[in-house]
Design a protein around this ligand. Structure first.
Ligand SMILES: Cc1ncc(C[n+]2csc(CCOP(=O)(O)OP(=O)(O)O)c2C)c(N)n1
Ligand SMILES: [Mg+2]
Length: 803
């Protein structure tokens, strides 16, 4: 879309007016929420005012001048008031939401794709993640283009506005490395170098480290240090002395003088530079106000320098802009080291209001206090390129999902083998779904059984790269050919990158209007390594399948350090992520088929509170798999069984009318549970065996039914209530899984049955599967023990003493 196409200079007065308005609106939003509403609801909170102000100039220049509709931005969390103010100015945010900033259903403290009404491109909040998301989104843009999709669109720039302290987060460095490997393009990171973090003023000389680091990874670095006033002053006689003084001034002192203002600047500068001829004159020729303006005229607050720097970029290499700014710029809090949570007092706000020529009662008026004619400002806003195509959020049609997935079931196999077979078959059969699947793994492609898929569909790279081993005719199971048509993105070992990549791939339909079906694999314990990024991806409503294998202590001799205990609880508690743990491969095929559809359901926002299962809105999926080979049941997959698998449980052996105990199991311990039920058979009647395929969905359904009943729907009944409702009151339940026992320990509360919950609470021991199941008390013998305790009666004859 076209630029306002005004000659460059004529934009400046308008942008300067609008910057003033944006800073006013953001400050008023915060003040209103903290001082005016706080007296009503006691929610006094800080943490935004100063932090927002430091990006006001840059964001004005970007949003109202430089950006194009295809660009996407991750805004530093605490700059959300500036973001909301810009959207309010553009008519995309409401006064009501701003008046209710940080309140229930009000504008969010940190920009949120799912909760805010204005067009948030990438959510932020947990620092560092939004930054990396822009990098991976740029790679996804390349992926989409290389596959011949979305070609009509021009490449967008993925822009991150970054707090300087945010760069302490390790995930940013991990992402930089990955970006370099994949030939990153079209990415701009703007560092708000205000030299302050939350607690303090940051270390001296960081700019040097930043600059070297970015250049190392192949980025261009553009430093915005001196504003145009300063640049002009440096050209005056004595100007170079002033420049040298600025360059050697420690961060703490610069901040302190900024806070203290003109008189303090004068005193300090005269102490250091007085009686030195021209530079003294340079200082003396300015009033206190002028001097303060000059000293605070850093590059990041100087519209002409900012516009010039951004608009001078005429290539697609990644660029880091290091913008010197003042935290709290334009506000009485400017520069104070404690200003992070600082709020303007009522008196200070009165002064600020007067300075902005805002009359009482006109605080929310868009053009109040501005000196340019309203018609001119309005005409400018109407043509701002970034907003010119309307909402930036796209959608993409749903891909058809095959009726069934083929898993090539063998008599004995593991769920991990089944996963490999299902993907291999999809790759072989082809079709629209297969073509949109993109797999990714952090250096565990082969060991999680993605190998067959990759052999058929290839690895993605913008440039072709042959497999030397193949060319040299060296036998190998893996064909590693890279091409622009490849469908696997190989990552280095960082699990944070895996989840941020899934987040970027999983938003492709919304960001680029092209649907992808991302599948990421990793070892189950390392979910914890990327957990915050996984949470972030879910919070943004990215859609992906994460396949975690191997898992639990069942990986046995693989090594104690790789065992996972807590992941089933993560699967249950992670919002936006539906967790399954199959025991058998036919279950896995049903789960994956259902998931391919579930991933594509398009209800953004809140899940239906009736089921709480997000069945209408869709979500992402977590499959916890195993390398343990189990004898597979020979059975037909009926529609009833399919439903039950998806709802979370089915009777593998239905309890008889006189059952005194049932065993409920999840995952790889199926064989132990089956054996235990056999052992119990002679001494306990009618023992039932409940296969739990999703503790997550089973539990969520139960909670939802309870909520529905509380709201007056007495008929609401959940799947687990129906299943356990058939048992007599005094029937015992033994639950068992290779994971934390709390995962299933709630089953007894459903109808008040006595329960013994078995599972794993410690890790690190290696051995055979039999050794470890015995050691942790999740083998058949331990199940029988628990069953005897849960359902007293005559001693079970096959019981062995527990070790
Ligand atoms: C992962 C994470 N840890 C801690 C925080 C709390 N926190 C919010 S902002 C911030 C530092 C702010 O410094 P900077 O990034 O330089 O931004 P500035 O306020 O200077 O603009 C911290 C520690 C967070 N949001 N996310
Ligand atoms: Mg900072």
């Amino acid at each position: 879309m076209s630029n306002p196409r005004l000659p460059k200079d004529s934009r400046l007065p308008i942008l300067a007016e609008l910057e003033k308005k944006i800073l006013w609106l953001a400050s008023w939003t915060i003040h209103n929420a903290n001082h005016l509403r706080a007296s009503e609801d006691g929610m006094k909170v800080g943490g935004h005012q100063a932090s927002s102000a430091s990006l006001a100039t840059i964001m004005t220049a970007l949003y109202l001048g430089v950006l194009r509709p295809q660009d996407r931005v991750a805004v530093k969390p605490h700059a959300s008031p500036i973001f909301h103010a810009i959207n309010y100015l553009m008519g995309l945010q409401t006064r009501e939401k701003l008046e209710n900033f940080r309140g229930y259903k009000g504008a969010q403290s940190y920009p949120s794709r799912t909760k805010d009404i204005d067009d948030v491109d990438f959510s932020t909040g947990s620092v560092g993640l939004g930054v990396a998301q822009t990098l991976f989104s740029s790679l996804v843009q390349d992926y989409v283009k290389a596959h011949g999709w979305g070609e009509k669109r021009q490449d967008g720039r993925m822009v991150a506005l970054i707090g300087d302290a945010e760069l302490d987060e390790g995930n940013i460095f991990e992402a930089l490395m990955e970006g370099w490997k994949h030939g990153l393009r079209n990415t701009w990171w703007v560092i708000d170098y205000n030299r302050q973090s939350l607690d303090a003023v940051i270390r001296e000389g960081l700019y040097d480290r930043f600059e070297q680091m970015f250049r190392n990874f192949g980025w261009d670095v553009v430093t915005l240090k001196y504003g145009s006033l300063q640049q002009a002053a440096f050209k005056e006689k004595g100007g170079e002395r002033l420049k040298a003084w600025i360059d050697s001034c420690p961060n703490q002192l610069y901040s302190a003088l900024t806070f203290q203002g003109g008189a303090a600047w004068r005193k300090r500068l005269m102490d250091d530079l007085g009686d030195q001829g021209p530079v003294t004159k340079l200082i003396e020729s300015r009033s206190d106000t002028e001097l303060s303006r000059l000293m605070c005229n850093l590059g990041g607050h100087d519209l002409p320098s900012i516009l010039e720097a951004f608009e001078a970029v005429d290539h697609d290499r990644p660029v880091c802009f290091l913008a010197y700014t003042v935290k709290g710029f334009g506000l009485p809090l400017a520069g104070h080291k404690d200003n992070h949570a600082g709020l303007m007092t009522k008196d200070q706000m009165e002064g600020f209001k007067t300075a902005n020529a805002v009359r009482p009662g006109h605080e929310w008026d868009l053009f109040e206090g501005l000196s340019l004619p309203q018609s001119e400002l309005r005409a400018f806003l109407d043509k701002v390129p970034f907003f010119s195509e309307g909402r930036r959020r796209k959608s993409a049609p749903k891909l058809p999902v095959p009726e069934r997935l083929e898993a090539g079931i063998q008599a004995v196999m593991s769920t991990q083998m089944g996963f490999g077979k299902i993907l291999d078959d999809l790759a072989k059969r082809g079709g629209p779904l297969a073509d949109r699947i993109v797999t990714t793994a952090p250096d565990v492609t082969v060991s999680t059984n993605l190998g067959p898929w990759v052999n058929r569909r290839g690895l993605f790279a913008r440039a072709e790269m042959a497999d030397t081993f193949k060319d040299e005719r060296i036998p190998s199971m893996q064909k590693w050919e890279f091409s622009p048509k490849g469908q696997h993105i190989e990552l280095g070992i960082a699990e944070m990158n895996l989840f941020i990549n899934l987040s970027a791939l999983g938003l492709s339909h919304s960001i680029f209007g092209e649907r992808l079906i991302p599948i990421g694999t990793l070892y189950d314990p390392f979910i914890s390594r990327g957990l915050d990024a996984l949470n972030y991806a879910c919070y943004q409503d990215a859609r992906f399948m994460v396949v975690a294998t191997p898992s639990g202590v069942t990986l046995a001799p693989e090594g104690g350090a790789h065992q996972s205990i807590a992941t089933p609880l993560i699967g249950m508690s992670q919002d936006g992520l539906c967790a399954f743990e199959p025991a058998f491969v036919d279950e896995l095929a049903v789960m994956m088929r259902w998931s391919f559809d579930y991933l594509q359901r398009d209800g953004e926002g809140d899940p239906n509170e009736r089921t709480w299962l997000r069945d209408e809105t869709g979500g992402s999926v977590y499959l916890r798999l195993s390398t343990l080979q189990l004898e597979q049941p020979k059975r037909a997959m009926t529609p009833e069984l399919e439903h039950a698998i998806i709802d979370g449980a089915y009777w593998l052996r239905k309890p008889g009318p006189n059952a005194s105990v049932v065993v409920a199991y999840t995952g790889a311990v199926a064989a132990e549970a089956i054996e235990a039920v056999g052992l119990l058979g002679e001494d306990r009647r009618d023992v039932g065996l409940l296969a739990i395929t999703s503790a997550d969905r089973l539990n969520a359904g139960w909670q939802a039914a309870e909520r529905a009943r509380q709201r007056g729907n007495q008929q609401a009944t959940s799947h687990i209530e129906r299943l356990l409702g058939e048992l007599s009151r005094d029937c015992g339940i033994v639950s068992v899984l290779d994971g934390h026992p709390a995962t299933l320990a709630w089953l007894g509360s459903v109808h008040g049955h006595k329960q013994k919950a078995l599972g794993v609470e410690h890790f690190g021991q290696t051995g055979t599967v039999a050794d470890l199941y015995r050691h942790f008390g999740i083998d058949a013998n331990a199940i029988v023990h628990a069953a005897q305790a849960a359902a007293p009666g005559r001693p079970v004859r096959y019981l062995k003493a527990l070790p």
